[in-house]
Design a protein. Structure first.
Length: 255
């Protein structure tokens, strides 16, 4: 499988609205500091296209990265920055031709707010795997808000495994067992270097490094980055050389 990062920004992306901080004031469209909300594109060996998260940036992400219509969209949880991009697809999905996968709470939000977008919603359950082409997908519980899943991807040809955690403050033991020594972990660092410390749904600044050090993977990729970190991509790379700092357009092959 080939993975492209369609977005590496936190819930508000970078730039944040109205140039409210130094990084947002100076960011350029093609720089690594420009970040759509966190999202991935996965291409299977047979050319099937999977988008992870329907962010409110999906229209521009699909344009910037020249994506064709996906075969599936996977959604980790019901928060608006992961789900509300489905509204942009209303005119572009034929009746039930696009499969969208999410848990039952995400399905409820879809049913109540955007069911006029005629996707084929497939409800998944934590720790029950399903297959899309040659990719085995396992929703794996993380603690963020109630009913949040991470996603474990396994290329069934190569056996390579990748775990993706959009938002979290903790990984339960049952999930940790499944991601031990895998090829890559992509994880949330919303508050890596910020002083915002009143949000219990994400790891806080003083908790993130011990958490990252407890993980065991060939590559640990940090995503969900906000302008309130007040560090450019270049400075993040200098400060945390032991980790990969995601940027929009970054790609990896797991063959
Ligand atoms: Zn969230």
């Amino acid at each position: 499988m080939k993975v492209i990062f369609l977005g590496s920004g936190c819930w508000q992306g970078i730039p944040a609205p109205f140039g409210c901080d130094k990084i947002s004031q100076n960011v350029e469209w093609n720089s690594k500091d420009f970040r759509f909300r966190t999202s991935l594109h996965i291409e299977t060996e047979n050319g099937k296209s999977i988008i992870v998260e329907a962010t409110p940036d999906i229209r521009l992400q699909s344009w910037k990265f020249k994506l064709k219509k996906p075969d599936a969209i996977l959604i980790s949880h019901w928060h608006w920055d992961h789900l509300f991009g489905l509204l942009d697809l209303d005119w572009f999905v034929e009746n039930n031709a696009l499969a969208v996968y999410g848990n039952s709470v995400t399905k409820k939000w879809y049913d109540e707010r955007m069911s006029h977008v005629k996707v084929s919603f497939q409800t998944f359950e934590s720790y029950k795997s399903f297959e899309i082409d040659n990719i085995r997908v396992t929703p794996i519980t993380v603690n963020h808000v109630k009913d949040t899943d991470g996603l474990l991807f396994e290329d069934m040809n190569s056996g390579k495994k990748l775990a993706y955690f959009s938002d979290l403050y903790e990984i339960p033991a049952e999930t940790l067992d499944l991601i031990e020594n895998i090829d890559a972990i992509i994880t949330d660092v919303t508050y890596l270097e910020s002083n915002i410390d009143d949000d219990p749904t994400h790891l806080q600044k003083n908790q993130i490094i011990p958490f990252l050090e407890s993980l065991n993977a060939r590559e640990i990729i940090l995503t969900n980055i906000g302008s309130y970190q007040n560090l450019t991509h270049e400075n993040l790379e200098k400060k945390f050389p032991q980790y990969t700092i995601a940027y929009d357009g970054m790609s990896r092959q797991y063959l």
